[in-house]
Design a protein around this ligand. Structure first.
Ligand SMILES: Nc1ncnc2c1ncn2[C@@H]1O[C@H](COP(=O)(O)OP(=O)(O)OP(=O)(O)O)[C@@H](O)[C@H]1O
Length: 594
């Protein structure tokens, strides 16, 4: 049987079919364009008819006769006047064209009402603050309209105010902090609590801008931040408040975030840091984060008054001179830090006088971390011993020139228990956790421009460097890796940043190359001798060594240091490294083990 050929359209019709479809579509588009006015008028007529039907059905039955009579009269008049029917048709077509035009989809019913009510309620709430009885043309008056007072506004998806510009009369005392605070409180309460608002007062234009701030990211883990030597990332803030961004190098998602960077060293105007917060708000975490960054370029001395072992992961690490939890250890280490600051200062001054560069042994930054010093203050008072805080006076006062940085953390209510020297010289400030506006102003020296929240995640707070602006701050998650509650990712991030362990800790022996072992043994002997010396002194009150903080160190000779050994040489036992130049008195070495 002969096979019948397929119809042409099925054999090679694919392309042809597509072409025809394209042609039909173009023709339809063209026809739609040409017929658009007719379509619009037809749609308009339909809408007018629907409106007329609705009107008829809404009219009460007893009034329908009157309505019918009115319509009939209009039709009669139109029919009788010259060109009446023609004019009526033109008017009807025009009305249909107007009704039939494309209109943006209507906003969901009720939404506008809700928004208007919110704005009206805000306006009414502001009337007592922004009006005066003597004002002949008040911008704010009970029952007045909000439209003139609020020239710009935006709402979020939940219908709450997201941005609002408020005009206020020139006589409002916008220069007074109290007046501003009153308005900010009111707006926070009326616009919805649980969100953070940023207030910008434009005193020149008598405008107040209110913006709702997005929460700061809490998922940034500890990592090696891309910073220059002398720069420390305290945390992250709003993009509007800082010019710079930092690329995050940890995790899959690569993104740039705006940091709060604190500069330390000789040119710093805020060479020391004070961190305050309620218990559990992340002050120790911030200190750990700063310590891990400081370890890249400097040596650390950590004194922990909290005594919860939150710095255990740093014990014996390369560059960590000591981690002290006891009063005796705290006193001896801080005495050493004071003496070391003096030594460096004198050394630098001598070199300068001779027209030389600062000696190498004064250049490596030394960091002194003090967590909860007020805990030691009470302990020292009961035992009739010296308050370790008093030993901070020299590092605080002269630390900048000697490359010594002091970081102090304590609880917010312990601010008054800190010595004057600590409060005066720690010009970089951080407050973490919930705090009232007064507490923030007291601790930071200026109120934040945002409303403090009652509930914040750990590590959230405010930072202020010197007289700069107050930044919102989120500290990177830098947990204690020995804490069971820590997530594996965050634990690993911290462990990755820890330098190698060079000091035996908790009986653990750091592996040493064979040729280094003999040298390490000799050093261990030196340590035990030093310990023996200091153990004898253990019973006597501390605070009798070189430093006399009240004196200006530049004029005095460095205090004689008994049995000078270096922490790294004695305790660290890393013979492969060059011997550090920082001499440590025997007491300081003993303190590590006491
Ligand atoms: N920036 C942060 N990101 C994530 N979690 C954090 C952050 N800061 C602190 N945390 C968590 O909050 C808890 C308390 O932190 P931390 O111990 O640092 O607080 P603290 O203020 O030192 O309290 P305390 O003085 O009582 O020890 C810890 O579980 C810690 O992991």
């Amino acid at each position: 049987m002969a096979r019948r050929p397929l119809p042409r359209i099925l054999s090679n019709g694919g392309a042809q079919l597509a072409r025809s479809r394209e042609l039909a579509r173009t023709a339809a588009d063209g026809a739609t364009d040409v017929l658009q006015p007719l379509i619009t008028i037809a749609r308009g007529l339909r809408r007018l008819a629907a409106a007329a039907r609705r009107r008829w059905s809404e009219t009460p039955k007893d009034r329908r006769g009157a309505l019918l009579f009115l319509v009939a009269s209009v039709v009669l008049v139109v029919a009788l006047v010259p060109y009446g029917p023609l004019l009526a048709v033109i008017v009807l077509m025009a009305a249909a064209a107007w009704q039939g035009r494309d209109r943006p989809p209507a906003a969901p019913e009720g939404t506008d009402d809700t928004r208007t009510r919110r704005l009206q309620s805000l306006y009414e709430a502001l009337v007592p603050y922004f009006s005066l009885a003597e004002d002949p043309d008040p911008l704010y008056a009970h029952g007045g309209g909000w439209e003139k007072a609020f020239p710009a506004y935006e709402f979020d998806d939940d219908g709450r105010v997201a941005h609002l510009v408020i005009r206020y009369p020139a006589y409002f005392t916008d220069g007074e902090a109290e007046s501003r605070t009153r308005i900010e409180h009111l707006l926070t309460a009326k616009s919805g609590r649980g969100r953070e608002y940023h207030f910008t007062w434009d005193e020149e234009a008598n405008h107040l801008s209110v913006d709702v701030l997005a929460p700061l990211p809490t998922d940034i883990a500890a990592q090696r931040f891309v910073t220059a030597p002398g720069e420390t990332v305290l945390g992250f803030t709003d993009p509007t408040r800082v010019q710079r961004t930092l690329p995050l190098t940890h995790g899959v998602e690569q993104r740039d975030v705006p940091p709060v960077v604190w500069r330390t060293g000789i040119r710093s105007t805020e060479p020391h840091l004070l961190v305050l917060g309620q218990p559990g708000t992340g002050t120790s975490t911030l200190l750990r984060s700063v310590a891990l960054q400081a370890l890249h370029h400097g040596d650390l001395l950590i004194v922990d008054g909290g005594g919860t072992g939150e710095y255990a992961c740093l014990v014996g690490r390369d560059g960590v001179l000591a981690v002290e939890c006891g009063l005796t250890g705290a006193l001896t280490s801080l005495e050493w830090a004071a003496a070391e600051t003096e030594r460096r200062l004198i050394s630098v001054n001598r070199a300068r006088q001779q027209g030389l560069a600062a000696p190498d042994d004064t250049r490596r930054p030394l960091w002194v971390f003090l967590d909860r010093p007020t805990a030691f203050t009470h302990l020292a008072a009961t035992g009739g011993r010296r308050d370790p805080q008093t030993l901070l006076q020299v590092p605080l006062r002269h630390g900048r020139a000697a490359n010594v940085t002091v970081v102090v953390a304590d609880q917010l209510d312990a601010l008054d228990g800190l010595t004057d020297a600590v409060r005066q010289h720690t010009r970089a400030r951080v407050v973490l956790g919930p705090a009232s506006a007064d507490e923030l102003s007291n601790a930071l020296g200026a109120p934040p421009h945002t409303t403090p929240l009652d509930q914040v995640p750990p590590g959230r707070g405010y930072a202020r460097l010197g007289t700069g602006p107050v930044h919102r701050l989120q500290v990177p998650a830098t947990p204690d890796p020995y804490d069971d509650a820590t997530s594996e990712a965050h634990r690993q991030a911290v462990l990755d940043l820890l330098p190698p362990r060079t000091t035996p800790a908790d009986g653990e022996q750091a592996p040493l190359p064979p040729e280094a072992e003999a040298e390490a043994e000799a050093k261990a002997k030196a340590v035990s001798m030093a310990k023996a010396v200091s153990m004898e002194k253990e019973d006597t009150p501390a605070g009798v060594t070189a430093s006399e903080p009240e004196e200006t160190a530049t004029d005095t000779e460095p205090a004689p240091m008994t049995a000078p050994v270096t922490v790294e040489k004695t305790a660290a036992g890393t013979p492969t490294e060059p011997a550090p130049a920082d001499p440590v008195p025997a007491e300081a070495v003993a303190a590590e083990t006491s």
